[in-house]
Design a protein around this ligand. Structure first.
Ligand SMILES: [Fe+2]
Length: 301
């Protein structure tokens, strides 16, 4: 279960408003005692959908699809409502121009391969079929969020664990937890790039070799500041290849205001981050190839 209550309390106590356009992209939770890939998230009272019994029932129904899912089977379709497809339309309308301006070329090419409809949420099943044909990566539904080690080690086997629910319709541009939009528009698309998919596999293999919590923590941070929030230079401009940026139009537009530091994996491995806010620090590679080589040299040792 993802416990977001502390984060929200901290924001409330410091009188910071909730961001209206933010995607919390954490792939993992901290409590290793209670979470496995079938743990169903209990919504916090501050969650936008907490007071909507229909939404909560649908969330549980979608989570149940994942609990009953057997890896390798066809992914069952989620019962999205008209309002939820409208959420996708709103997000997509904001993201399309932002992608044109701020997404790196590798992402734009991969996005074309998946060709999402603008007016309905793609089913995980459809995205999975395309991604698998391109990079061999398999998307598998999970009920909620999973432990860092479970999430990252699955990457070694070419498996990406995805949530299938979508954020509440009252806040189309805000979600306090990763939802299907982040999973598909962020990770699904990048896994339709052979090089980015390969980096995900390398992260998984590197994590499998770790035995100490500190080593896992360092790799988690490097994953965060590259795969989730990486930026690079392309023709002199700062472009995003990180899934957290590419699934939030608001954060994409703000990324050049961040403190941009050169890609330095040693520095990253000691850099703290807060998933509940726009990232104030980003690490910028000199090029896509430079980023790929740097990560590859580090992960394949
Ligand atoms: Fe993510």
């Amino acid at each position: 279960m993802l416990d977001i209550s502390d984060d929200i309390m901290t924001r409330r106590e410091s009188n910071q408003p909730l961001l209206s356009d933010h995607v919390d992209t954490r792939p993992v939770i901290a409590d290793e005692e209670i979470a496995d890939r079938n743990t169903i998230v209990q919504l916090d009272p501050d969650h936008p959908g907490f007071r909507d019994p229909e939404y909560r029932a649908r969330r549980n129904q979608i989570a149940q699809l994942a609990v009953n899912y057997t890896p390798g089977d066809e992914i069952p379709d989620a019962p999205y409502t008209r309002e939820e497809h409208e959420v996708w339309r709103t997000i997509w309308a904001a993201l399309q121009p932002a992608h044109q301006k701020y997404a790196c070329a590798e992402y734009v090419a991969a996005l074309k391969r998946l060709s999402f409809a603008p007016d309905r949420i793609p089913q995980l099943r459809e995205v999975n079929e395309k991604v698998q044909a391109i990079s061999g990566f398999r998307l598998e539904p999970v009920a909620g969020l999973v432990q860092p080690r479970v999430f990252l080690e699955n990457l070694a086997n070419g498996v990406f664990l995805c949530t299938q629910y979508i954020r509440h319709h009252s806040t189309p541009l805000y979600t306090p937890e990763p939802d299907v939009v982040h999973e598909i528009v962020g990770h699904g698309v990048t896994l339709a790039s052979e090089q980015l998919a390969e980096l995900n596999r390398m992260f998984g293999r590197a994590v499998k070799q770790t035995t100490q919590p500190e080593a896992l923590e360092q790799l988690s941070r490097i994953y965060w500041f590259t795969i989730e929030f990486g930026v690079l230079r392309e023709n002199g401009e700062v472009k995003a290849y990180g899934t957290g940026l590419l699934s939030s139009a608001g954060e994409l537009k703000e990324m050049r205001e961040a403190n941009l530091r050169p890609l330095d994996l040693d520095a990253i491995s000691h850099q703290e981050y807060d998933p509940t806010h726009y990232q104030p620090v980003l690490f910028c590679a000199a090029s896509f190839e430079g980023m790929y080589q740097t990560l590859r040299d580090f992960l394949v040792r």
